[in-house]
Write a protein that binds this ligand. Structure first.
Ligand SMILES: [Zn+2]
Length: 342
C-alpha cells in the first residue's frame, strides 16, 4: 500500500526572504503534480507537533550544541546559517515537525509512506555541516535518520537507506558511517558537485565497514547508464534483505532541474519507484531535493513506479565516455560490497 502525505505547514512555513530554490513553492508544485495525476490518493496533514518531544528525539541524532544553536538563531527572526542555508522565525519549527513525523511514520507504517516534507535533511550531520563541507546545503535536521530511529524503535535490525538525491547525503552518511546499516547513495561525481565528498572508496568504518556504497555519475549521465547502476543497487538490496527501508528521494538529477548536471528523465525515476516497490518491505520515503522539472516529471514517474502502474519510458542516452567511466567505477563499487553484504 502506498500513501502520500503532504504537510500543510510545508506549504507555508520556512519562507526565504530572498530568491532561494528551497521554498514552499516546491511543495505546491508536487501538490499540482498529484492533482494532475488523479490516480494516486494523498492526504494533507495538519496535526500539530509536540515541539518538546521533537527536540528530545532530535537530540538522539544531533548534538545538543547544534540544536541549541538552531534555537538561538531562530530567535533572531531571520538569519543565514551559512552561505546556502537560511533560517526564518518558523524554520526550526517546520524542521522539527518534519523530523518527528518521519520518526512517527517509521514507527508505525506497514507499506510505503512518502512524506512530502521540508526542509530537506540529508546534508545535516550530527553537528550540522559535516565531512569538511562549507554549508548545510539547505538542511537543518536529518529526516532520514529520524526514519531509521523510528524503525529501530519497533525492533527492526536490518535497515537499509537508499539516497537518490543528485547530491551526496553526507549528513546521513556521517551519522551511520560506523554502523551496520546498508547505505546506498547515488549521486553526481563529487569532483563536480557539492558536497564534494562521497567517493567510491568511502565504504564505512568499524561495524559499518563494507556497508556504504557510493555510486557516482559523471555530468551528462543519461538514463541508460543510471539504470545500469540500478541493477547493482537492486542486487545489493536483495542480498542484504532489509526488514525496512528509508529512502531519501531527491529529484534534482532530472535534466535541467537547475542545480546539477545529470540528464535523467522519467525512465530513471520510474525504475527507482519500481525497485522500491518490488523490495516489498516497510518503507519510509522522505523528500530531499528537486526544484523545478524534477518535482513534476521526475516525481510523477517515481510515484507511478511506487504505485506499480504499468508505464514505459524511453531512456535518455549518455555520451559514450561518460557511460564507460560510470560503468567501470560502479561495477567496482558493487563488487567491493557484494561479498560483505550478502
Ligand atoms: Zn540535492
Amino acid at each position: 500500500m502506498l500513501e502520500v502525505i503532504i504537510t500543510r505547514s510545508s506549504l507555508t512555513k520556512h519562507r526565504p526572504w530572498f530568491d532561494h530554490p528551497e521554498n514552499p513553492g516546491r511543495v505546491s508544485k508536487i501538490l499540482d503534480t498529484l492533482k494532475r495525476m488523479g490516480s494516486v490518493t494523498y492526504r494533507v496533514w495538519s496535526d500539530v507537533t509536540d515541539i518538546g518531544e521533537a527536540v528530545d528525539v532530535a537530540s538522539r541524532v544531533h548534538s545538543r550544541d547544534y540544536i541549541e544553536r538552531l534555537i538561538d538563531i531562530s530567535k533572531r527572526g531571520t538569519a543565514l546559517l551559512d552561505g546556502d542555508t537560511y533560517i526564518a522565525s518558523d524554520s526550526l519549527e517546520l524542521a522539527l515537525e518534519s523530523f518527528l513525523l518521519s520518526y512517527r511514520f517509521a514507527s508505525e507504517l506497514r507499506g510505503v509512506s512518502f512524506l512530502v516534507i521540508r526542509p530537506p535533511g540529508h546534508h545535516a550531520g550530527k553537528r550540522g555541516r559535516t565531512r569538511g563541507v562549507s554549508s548545510n546545503g539547505f538542511c537543518l535536521l536529518n529526516n532520514a535518520a529520524a526514519g531509521v530511529l523510528g524503525f529501530r524503535h519497533r525492533g527492526f535490525k536490518n535497515i537499509a537507506i537508499l539516497d537518490f538525491d543528485v547530491h551526496y547525503g553526507n549528513g546521513t552518511m556521517e551519522i551511520f558511517y560506523r554502523e551496520r546499516i546498508l547505505h546506498i547513495d547515488l549521486h553526481q561525481h563529487p569532483d563536480t558537485l557539492y558536497p564534494y565528498t562521497g567517493y567510491p572508496d568511502e565504504i564505512g568504518e568499524g561495524e559499518g565497514f563494507g556497508f556504504k556504497a557510493n555510486f557516482v555519475f559523471q555530468p551528462y549521465t543519461g538514463d541508460d547508464s543510471y539504470t545500469a547502476a540500478l541493477d547493482y543497487v537492486g542486487d545489493l538490496l536483495s542480498r542484504y534483505q532489509p526488514d525496512a527501508l528509508v529512502v531519501s528521494a531527491g529529484f534534482d538529477g532530472y535534466a535541467d532541474d537547475g542545480l546539477a548536471d545529470l540528464s535523467l528523465s522519467e525512465a530513471s525515476y520510474y525504475r527507482l519507484g519500481r525497485l522500491v516497490k518490488d523490495l516489498g518491505v516497510p518503507t519510509l520515503v522522505v523528500l530531499e531535493g528537486g526544484y523545478t522539472r524534477g518535482l513534476e516529471e521526475g516525481f510523477r514517474a517515481f510515484i507511478e513506479g511506487l504505485a506499480g502502474l504499468d508505464k514505459s519510458y524511453t531512456p535518455t542516452t549518455s555520451p559514450r565516455g561518460v557511460a564507460r567511466f560510470n560503468e567501470q567505477v560502479n561495477r567496482g563499487v558493487y563488487e567491493q560490497l557484494a561479498k560483505r553484504v550478502g
